[in-house]
Design a protein around this ligand. Structure first.
Ligand code: NI
Ligand code: MN
Length: 228
């Protein structure tokens, strides 16, 4: 059993396998009202899909306070490591058995460099994550365009796919619906839209395009879902 709580944009809290896990914890700095980084007192792992600020978000703040282990690509781990964070580096296609379950790092078509003031720091390759917690599989796509690689996920029996639909930087609703047909998850959750004007999208249109291919759950910030 796993509990999934949407924290807005691409951020989720996953509770399962005895662990509290955050993904892309962009909490402060977002336009909508969200939970504050300070409200997370117990976090075991933070998974970061790429180096853009709307995904790194409050990783440093939360990890330093809670001692959470940051899981990201090798280059991002080097960057976080220099800031004093404890990291577990992975790379595309690799998987690892964590205490709570198994996680595979999946490909994403996007960028990953980190902007710090006027400086651009190389951030390796962007990714997604396939979580397997007690046999329940959740795919977090990260930021990505549609890829043929997503077809490989159809063999996994994905329970819930968290897919960006906002367009411009990532898949739009049409491509995200095509991704659902590639991945064949039981549940599809639209993410990464409406946060900024340039990624405005209609999740209802996404649901219409997905049709009967999956159950579309449109989650609002703070919404929870139990998966088993
Ligand atoms: Ni991005
Ligand atoms: Mn993004």
């Amino acid at each position: 059993m796993m509990k999934l709580r949407y924290l807005g944009h691409s951020a989720f809290e996953l509770k399962g396998g005895g662990a509290v896990i955050l993904t892309d914890p962009f909490l402060s700095g977002g336009p909508e009202s969200r939970l504050s980084a300070e409200s997370f007192e117990e976090v075991d792992f933070i998974f970061v899909t790429h180096g853009h600020s709307d995904h790194i978000g409050d990783t440093e703040k939360i990890a330093l306070r809670t001692g959470a282990i940051v899981v990201a690509n090798f280059e991002l781990c080097h960057y976080f490591g220099k800031k004093g964070l404890t990291c577990h580096p992975m790379h595309i296609g690799g998987s690892f058995e964590f205490p709570f379950g198994r996680v595979k790092m999946t490909p994403a078509l996007h960028g990953s460099d980190i902007m710090e003031g006027d400086t651009i720091i190389p951030g390796g390759n962007p990714c997604g994550f396939l979580f397997d917690i007690g046999g329940v599989k959740v795919y977090h796509a990260g930021d990505t365009g549609l890829t043929m690689d997503m077809q490989l996920l159809a063999e996994e029996g994905v329970k819930a796919a968290l897919l960006p639909i906002g367009g411009n930087f990532v898949m739009d609703v049409k491509d995200a619906a095509r991704a659902v047909n590639f991945i064949r998850p039981e549940i599809a959750v639209p993410i990464h839209y409406d946060t900024f004007p340039v990624i405005k999208a209609d999740p209802g249109e996404f649901a219409r395009l997905v049709g009967s291919a999956a159950e579309v759950r449109i989650m609002k910030t703070g919404d929870e879902m139990e998966l088993s």
